[in-house]
Unconditional design. Sequence first.
Length: 110
Amino acid sequence: MIVHFRLRFPDEVVPEENPEWFFYEVDTSTDNVLRMVNIFTDGRVTRDSVEIEERSGIACPSVLDFPFSQDMEELLLETISPEEFEQLWKTGVDTAFWYPPDLYPPIRAT
């Protein structure tokens, strides 16, 4: 089952380099995050996904490196609709976190 969540940065003051809001698309059957949107206080919107990460040619089952439910139980997650997530997704800029293209250029078939 695919579920969508949002989470605000836990502290009242958000450091400039951190997103204020995190939005997650989670496959609850595998506990993997398939897509993620980050909104920063300066208005930037970035997005990452398994598909974006795998452009490097390296397998990536989840955007997070730990099971989603592992550390999220104590946080104030709010469920959001798939439509709200999609609207945010469309505004974001592709931003690979684990395998950025400048360090891991895409592998092309020859």
